[in-house]
Design a binder for this molecule. Structure first.
Ligand SMILES: [Zn+2]
Length: 425
């Protein structure tokens, strides 16, 4: 199941645009970004057409494209088809960037992973290792491992002649973007952890730009990049991890809220339950649909599916094998997950009226057992007819959605300021 980045590169991300250019050099940088984003969003085109589309003088476009070609961010494409204009068809230019990489690194409850993408959207690095983050206690050992995985990917990409322009670290929980601190992530037992400083220290001075972001928001960005190809501007991504959070794209913009905490729905009480949550309260939604609930419903402790040292995908595959063999306990567990999931999704549909709700993590992994029941229940609950036009779909980027979103976010910096990607290693 591959990416739907369809060869035109990363599509419109729900990011803030670049600052308004003032002087000559910053206006050149802004124009380079403008041309690059045009090629990303609208596809290959000739220099003459770029001039038409941007309103820039032809000579300027010619200089800008020369610079982008030189920097390895675009390449010459095919001759452009006749568009009814007089004269010879122009040579098109298109996004290249096969040597320009962004990396997403994810710390989650039971694994640490990295994923690299190049500017054309190809996966260029991928590694995931099982890691019992909560049992590790101190964040230091987790950051050591994360830094090691990142370094390994960067070294490999650089040895192949590539440039890594940025790394986004993803964690669950609430995050202070300004300071790069994980404020509160009960599922991994972190509070006020200066994760970005810790990572920066370990990666050393040659490290690319580093950013920190919440896992659900990055998952939403990764899904949005795919869905925006079909003109979807409003979607909600629901993580299916030990914790459950949502990332919200509304009108093409990532919703952060005043403190960056928007989407922490996992700790709402939506379904009758007395189960203790790592946040200290009882009956939080995620204790009825998160990985803990799935495992509790499906198997006794001591079963291999509980073992945090076994790769998550292997454990989930074991459960799926049981489900497809008709194991009553597994099937009942999945029915309970569906029944507990639906009220929360209906609530999200009522409040946000998204075009898509995308289910990630284990919801996607067991999608065939959940989707029909969940869809029917949501339609029944939502006030608007036909669930307000909201469709519930399964993520097809599996367990990599968050890291993929992180890599896309790192690459977005190239579109905002291509000069940095052309001058950095
Ligand atoms: Zn809770």
């Amino acid at each position: 199941m591959g990416s739907a980045l369809d060869g035109t590169g990363v599509r419109r991300l729900a990011m803030a645009g670049p600052a308004v250019a003032r002087d000559r050099s910053s206006s050149r940088r802004a124009n380079l970004g403008l041309v690059l984003r045009l090629l990303r969003d609208e596809g290959p085109r000739s220099r003459a057409r770029i001039a038409d589309d941007t309103g820039l003088p032809k000579a300027t476009v010619s200089n800008l494209t020369a610079e982008l070609l030189d920097g390895g961010l675009i390449r010459e494409g095919e001759a452009e088809r006749d568009r009814g204009t007089v004269g010879r068809p122009g040579q098109a230019v298109e996004i290249d960037g096969t040597g320009v990489h962004g990396i997403g690194a994810e710390i989650n409850v039971d694994y640490v992973s990295v994923l690299g993408l190049n500017l054309t959207g190809e996966v260029t690095a991928e590694e995931r290792i099982p890691f019992d983050v909560r049992a590790a206690g101190r964040p230091d050992t987790v950051l050591d491992t994360t830094a090691r995985l990142i370094t390994r990917s960067i070294d490999r990409l650089r040895r192949a002649g590539g440039r890594v322009v940025g790394v986004t670290l993803a964690t669950p929980g609430t995050i202070d973007l300004r300071t790069g601190t994980v404020s509160y992530a009960p599922n991994i037992g972190w509070s006020d952890v200066p994760a970005l400083d810790g990572l920066r220290e370990r990666l050393g001075p040659a490290a690319p730009d580093l950013h920190l972001e919440n896992d659900a928001k990055l998952g939403a960005l990764a899904e949005y990049v795919q869905a925006s190809a079909a003109n979807v501007r409003d979607l909600v991504y629901v993580t299916g991890q030990t914790g459950v959070g949502v990332g919200i794209i509304a009108g093409g913009q990532l919703l952060r809220g005043v403190g960056g905490y928007a989407g922490e729905v996992g700790h709402l009480q939506l379904v009758p339950s007395r189960q203790l949550c790592p946040c200290g309260r009882r009956g939080c939604w995620e204790t009825t649909i998160g990985r803990g609930a799935l495992l509790r419903y499906a198997a006794d402790r001591g079963d291999m599916v509980w073992d945090p040292m076994v790769d998550l995908e292997r454990r989930l595959t074991e459960l799926r094998t049981r489900a497809s063999a008709g194991d009553p306990r597994t099937l009942d567990a999945l029915r309970r997950i569906a029944d507990n999931l639906a009220p929360g999704l209906a609530l999200l549909a009522d409040i946000l009226n998204p075009r898509l709700i995308v289910l990630g993590g284990h919801f996607a992994f067991f999608g065939e057992y959940l989707i029909d029941s969940v869809t029917a229940q949501v339609r029944e609950r939502v006030m608007a007819p036909n669930a307000g036009g909201c469709e519930i779909v399964l993520s097809d980027i599996g367990l990599t959605g968050t890291a993929r979103g992180g890599a896309l976010l790192a690459l977005d910096a190239v579109y905002q300021d291509p000069v940095r990607a052309m001058s950095r290693g």
